[in-house]
Design a protein around this ligand. Structure first.
Ligand SMILES: C[S@@+](CC[C@H](N)C(=O)[O-])C[C@H]1O[C@@H](n2cnc3c(N)ncnc32)[C@H](O)[C@@H]1O
Length: 315
């Protein structure tokens, strides 16, 4: 895999939606510095397999050192924020292959004690634009910050929406199966070894003997040799990155997105790269990445972090 190319702030001014699109080879494993919307307009169409991203949340924090009108999240009205984000994601849609997926992490915001419902408002707008919502995964944070509220529960979750671009899409369920929890390996073998992997069978012994709920397909599913299908609540502690002044993706949160959403040597894109976690995990798992980040300081940080990672398997 080649080293990351950093496009400096001055070069970045060259990004114009009117210029022709770059070749894929010019983008692979590169971190672009600039506004996501503008850079996305220059990336080759239908070139990436999946998008894994966490855009700035509405009204949460300021990322850029100097006030930058291109920064998303600083809008006064939530509706303006949603429209800007939707514009960027529509640009990203053109870069995504037709069988590609979008894994979108969004947190919510309170205004004067009122929950804004931002993640679902964005999700429903995307559905109206042709995206197909496949899953609303709950990222549950066991180490979420305490909040000094007494009139409602303390939030300890965010959303991770899985969208496909269309009807048929790449999704490797086997790559992210979880351990079975209902039955131990022992009871599984005792209860149904003759039927394991076969159709029209029920367990012949044990507490599930003759249970039609475990009939053929259900039985196969319940005791799939690689584990049960991944569930929709993902408990993952918040990540730490000493160098970043904001919450970075925990690597464990996005590993399943990349493993299920992109084959080896495929391309993962994060248009709001921040400290570079998506690029790091993609590279470690043997996928190509493309990153975009507005703030030059974070571009440098992402380059350093990604550069320190080695792929787990040889290419
Ligand atoms: C929530 S952070 C992403 C953190 C990232 N997932 C990580 O693991 O470090 C959002 C990032 O989007 C960047 N950003 C804000 N507006 C942008 C824009 N218009 N184009 C590209 N990046 C932008 C911010 O500077 C910030 O680094």
């Amino acid at each position: 895999m080649s080293g990351e190319r950093i496009v400096s702030g001055s070069e970045e001014r060259g990004f114009s939606p009117h210029e022709s699109r770059l070749e894929l080879e010019e983008c692979l494993d590169h971190v672009f510095c600039g506004d996501a919307c503008q850079v996305l307009a220059r990336l080759p169409e239908q070139s990436v397999q999946c998008l894994v991203t966490s855009p700035p949340y509405f009204g949460h924090r300021v990322y850029t050192q100097h006030e930058n009108p291109q920064e998303i999240g600083r809008e006064t009205a939530v509706t303006d924020y949603i429209e800007r984000l939707i514009r960027c994601l529509s640009q990203a849609r053109q870069v995504l292959r037709d069988d590609g997926t979008l894994w979108l992490n969004l947190g919510d915001t309170y205004r004067k004690g009122v929950l804004q419902g931002v993640p679902w408002r964005v999700a429903l707008r995307l559905c109206g634009l042709g995206w197909v919502l496949r899953s609303d995964i709950i990222w549950q944070k066991p180490n979420a910050m305490p909040a000094s509220v007494t009139t409602r529960p303390t939030p300890d979750h965010e959303y991770l929406f899985l969208f496909s671009k269309g009807g048929e899409y790449y999704y490797d369920a086997d790559a992210i199966r979880e351990p079975h929890v209902t039955f131990s390996e022992n009871s599984k073998m005792r209860g149904g070894r003759r039927h394991f992997g076969l159709r029209d069978g029920t367990p012949e012994q044990g507490k599930n003997a003759g249970n039609m709920n475990l009939h053929h397909a259900r039985w196969d599913q319940a005791f799939h040799p690689k584990g049960r299908n991944k569930r929709t609540v993902w408990p993952v502690p918040l990540g730490k990155c000493r160098e970043a002044h904001f919450a970075v993706f925990p690597e464990k949160l996005i590993e399943p997105c990349i493993l299920a959403g992109c084959p080896r040597k495929g391309v993962v894109l994060d248009p709001f790269l921040g400290s570079g976690t998506t690029g790091m995990v993609a590279k470690r798992l043997g996928r190509h990445f493309v990153g975009i980040e507005l703030e030059p300081e974070y571009v440098e940080l992402a380059r350093r972090r990604i550069g320190s990672v080695q792929p787990e398997l040889p290419w």
